[in-house]
Each structure stands twice: as C-alpha cells, then as structure tokens.
Design a protein around this ligand. Structure first.
Ligand SMILES: NC(=O)c1ccc[n+]([C@@H]2O[C@H](COP(=O)([O-])OP(=O)(O)OC[C@H]3O[C@@H](n4cnc5c(N)ncnc54)[C@H](OP(=O)(O)O)[C@@H]3O)[C@@H](O)[C@H]2O)c1
Length: 308
C-alpha cells in the first residue's frame, strides 16, 4: 500500500477507530493505514472469517492494532449487538468510518427488517450505528464521523414517496439514492452537532472509481458496468488503496472544516490525490436533511441525539 505524494498522517496513538466493511477494498486499506499510524482499529464486518483474516493481515503490518468485531448492517439487531459489545469494551470512540456498502444489486433484496438492501445497508444501518455510538463519540476529545458517499450521489434523488423502492426498483437510481443519503446525512449531522454543541466533526468522502469487490458483489462480473470498466479501466479506475486516500485524509486532516467532503482531485474526481470534493446542491439542502433524518429515526426506531 502506498499513500499519496506529500501525505503526512499524524500519529493516532491512543485513538480508537471503527471502520465498517473493513475486510475488503477501501475499508481494508483505510483500516491498515490508520492502524499503521498507531490507532486501535476495529474492523466491523459481517463475515467472521473474512474479518478475522483482514485483522490478521493488518496486525502483520501494525502489530496488535487491529481487531475484528461482528456487524451486519442488513440487520438492525446486529447493529444493536455490535454497539453494545463496543461500549462494554471501550469508554470512547474517536473516529467512526461508515464505509461498508453494496452497489446496484440487480434484483430488489431486503434486509432483516424488510428495508430495501442498498438503502438499508448503505444508509439506515449506518444511521443507527451512529445513533448508538453518539455517546461514545461525545466522550472523545475531538471525535469525527465520516460517511462514504460516491460520485453516484450526483445523479441521486431521495424518493421520499417510496424510499424502499417497493415499486419501480432500478438498481442504479437506488444506489444513487443511498449514496446521496450518506452525504445529506453527513451535512445534517454537522448542522445538528453545531446547533447542539455536540463537539463532533461530521465529514464525508468518496473514492472516485477504485478497483475493489464492489462490482463483483453488486452488478456482477458479467454486467455491462463490469465490461465497461474492463475497457476503460486504465483511464478511469484507480487501485483500491488509492480509493482509500480521501477517507484517510478525512479521518486525519488537521485542517478539516465542519461538514467537509473529500474526494480525488483528478479529472471529474475519478482518481488522484485527495482533497476537497464537490457536493451537489441536493446534498446541501437543510430541509431535505431534516426530512431524511426524521425518516431514518422512524424507520430505525432510535433517535439520533445525545441521551438524557
Ligand atoms: N470502489 C469504488 O469505485 C467506489 C466508488 C464510490 C463509492 N464507493 C463506496 O465505498 C465503500 C466501500 O466499497 P468498496 O469499493 O471498498 O467495495 P467492497 O470491496 O465490496 O467493500 C464493501 C465492504 O462492505 C461490506 N458489506 C457489504 N454489506 C454489508 C453488510 N450488510 N454489513 C456489513 N458489511 C457489509 C463488504 O463485506 P463482504 O466482504 O462480507 O461482502 C465489504 O467489506 C462503499 O460504501 C461504496 O459504496 C466505492
């Protein structure tokens, strides 16, 4: 793994980080680099075999820094169990990286609670995780929460009339909705943190286009998307480790400003050195942020606010 030219990651010794979906792709490289910088990194993964193997690989380069914990974002009961287990072992959480995701599933699938899978895993599971870990974050001296969005948010729309796409399911608009939701969430979390004095930096990042397991696990290797990527790979796609750079910068940038969004700085933010990314207007609207937040609280049944 390499970092970008001029990268200067501060020491993270004494900090606790959770990275969801850290057994693969961007999450793995993020966990590895933050562990090498000295953080205690929890790899929150749904598959124990893959999670343990990834933690062992990280520990081979950063001894004793990584640990697997079970988290299936497609089941809110698993999110609850993960949060309870984390809080039993830790007083504070410094950095929460909501990275795990599924993309453009060809057929509509459902989570354990009956939510559409992309909206449920990419957004709702992470919303609940953030709600349950808010108190641990607020005990840290300078906590950060990072949502992973995508250039797919640019064409995304929040289908408030049918957030679960019970009718008219289309794989890419549904993915775009989930990634727009992540960016809307990041911005709204910053608004509420500022208004309530929660002391949290709420950030977002996107990887551009990076070679990971996202296409094989989503549209599949026989899909049009996979075929196009094979043709244009050299032009648009960067390696998985470079896809992690914007997340790593968001997690560590000493100059991060509230609500900042990070992404690659090359052509159309597809690849390259990390820096500030452009969020589309639909991600910035405060009324939309409040509406999505209300929906997420209703659907998860848990308010995202500091406890009594
Ligand atoms: N790669 C890109 O070009 C690109 C572009 C834009 C945005 N992104 C975003 O980047 C993030 C990471 O994706 P990636 O590219 O690194 O893909 P990846 O290699 O497929 O990694 C996705 C991770 O999410 C995990 N995951 C999926 N469903 C889960 C669930 N129900 N509970 C817990 N974990 C779950 C996967 O676990 P398993 O291994 O068990 O499946 C895997 O660890 C995603 O949010 C994606 O939307 C990626």
């Amino acid at each position: 793994m390499s970092l970008w030219p001029g990268a200067n990651i501060p020491t993270l010794t004494g900090k606790t980080v959770i990275v969801t979906g850290a057994n693969s792709g961007i999450g793995y490289y993020t966990a590895l680099e933050l562990a090498k910088a000295g953080a205690e990194v929890i790899l929150a993964c749904r598959n124990a075999g893959k999670g343990e193997a990834a933690a062992a690989k990280v520990n081979a380069e950063a001894p004793g820094r990584a640990r697997f914990m079970a988290l299936d974002l497609a089941d809110l009961a698993s999110v609850q169990s993960f949060a309870t287990a984390f809080k039993e072992g830790h007083g504070t959480l410094d950095i929460l990286i909501n990275n795990a995701g599924v993309m453009a599933l060809p057929r509509r699938q459902l989570t354990a609670q009956g939510f559409e899978m992309q909206f449920g895993v990419n957004f709702l599971g992470h919303f609940l995780l953030t709600a349950l870990l808010l108190a641990s974050l607020m005990k840290a001296p300078a906590p950060r929460v990072i949502q992973i969005s995508s250039i797919a948010h640019r064409s995304g729309k929040l289908n408030f009339a049918d957030l679960q796409f019970a009718t008219n399911y289309k794989s890419w608009p549904v993915y775009g909705q989930s990634k727009l939701a992540m960016l809307v969430f990041a911005k709204e979390l910053q608004r509420r943190a500022d208004a309530g004095g929660w002391g949290i930096l709420s950030l977002a990042a996107h990887p551009g286009v990076a070679a990971t397991e996202l296409i094989p696990n989503g549209p599949g290797n026989d899909s049009l998307m996979a075929k196009m990527m094979n043709i244009f790979k050299g032009l648009v796609m960067q390696p998985g480790d470079a896809g992690a750079w914007p997340t790593i910068l968001a997690a560590t940038d000493p100059a991060a400003s509230p609500g900042a969004y990070y992404g690659p700085q090359g052509f159309m933010e597809l690849r390259g050195k990390p820096g500030r990314a452009k969020a589309m207007p639909q991600a910035l609207d405060a009324q939309t942020g409040a509406r999505l937040w209300d929906e997420a609280e209703k659907l998860t049944g848990v308010p995202l606010k500091p406890g009594p």
